[in-house]
Design a protein around this ligand. Structure first.
Ligand code: HPA
Length: 240
């Protein structure tokens, strides 16, 4: 048991998919997992465990923003022996090289958050994805013909940023998309010696102003989910 996840030991799989929205965790369980059982509803942050292609996988909401993500990721790694977390989310595109509905596989996660300043003082840590998961996700995307690009994410603390020019500056350095959780996830995986990856569909474009409809978001989300699940299955195969 832990503070924010009320599951007994063993109720959570070694591999966890984390959408921000807890209802999306339920949707993942209902759509992709066999024999899914709900293990958490503390604060409405739903979590489920089932199987996909014979591999035990959980789906757990993270909530929005790095402090929320950090609480759940910490407890999953620390109290439940979780080996790998894949964030499955949306992001805003910062670069004209990506289009809405593309999937960004987050190699790195820059941030404006003070969280890592509290860890490292003046040293700026470079949160990065687990290479095996990233490689598997990219291969799965290619197998599915899914438009996926590998590159940098920007985990911002403010959705309604008072300084949007900062994201544009980061774009000049090749950062592809802005979201709100990946950096904390990558840092916690590093702290615990575990694995993490964030994959995000582009829901809106901060440069072109293009947006996706709810239905388009759902369809791309579906495809991205299969990519993330297959990446996990491939990782599990290599463990056996
Ligand atoms: N900013 C931050 N997070 C997001 C965005 C955005 O524009 N779009 C989707 N997630």
């Amino acid at each position: 048991m832990s503070t924010h996840i009320g599951a007994p030991e063993g109720a959570i799989a070694p591999y966890v998919l984390m959408p921000g929205d807890p209802y999306r965790a339920r949707w993942i369980a209902e759509t992709f997992l066999e024999d899914a059982v709900q293990y958490n509803d503390v604060r409405g942050m739903l979590g489920y465990t089932g199987t996909y292609k014979g591999v035990r996988i959980s789906a757990q909401g993270s909530g929005m923003g790095q402090p929320s993500m950090a609480i759940y990721a910490y407890e999953l790694f620390d109290s439940y022996d979780v080996e790998a977390i894949v964030r499955v989310g949306t992001c805003g595109a910062l670069s004209e090289t990506v289009k809405v509905r593309d999937v960004i596989i987050g190699m790195t996660a820059s941030t404006d958050s003070a969280m890592n300043r509290a860890r490292f003082g003046d040293v700026t840590f470079a949160p990065s994805a687990d290479f095996e998961l990233l490689h598997n996700a990219y291969k799965a995307a290619q197998a599915q013909n899914l438009p996926a690009v590998v590159g940098g994410l920007y985990s911002s603390d403010q959705f309604y940023s008072p300084r949007p020019e900062i994201a544009k500056e980061l774009a000049k350095y090749g950062v592809l998309g802005v979201e709100m959780e990946a950096s904390a996830l990558y840092t916690l995986a590093a702290q615990f010696g575990k694995k993490a990856l964030a994959v995000c569909t582009v829901s809106d474009h901060l440069i072109t102003g293009e947006e996706t409809s709810a239905q388009e978001r759902q369809e791309t989300f579906d495809d991205m989910m299969v990519m993330a699940l297959d990446a996990i299955v491939e990782m599990d195969k290599n463990r056996a």
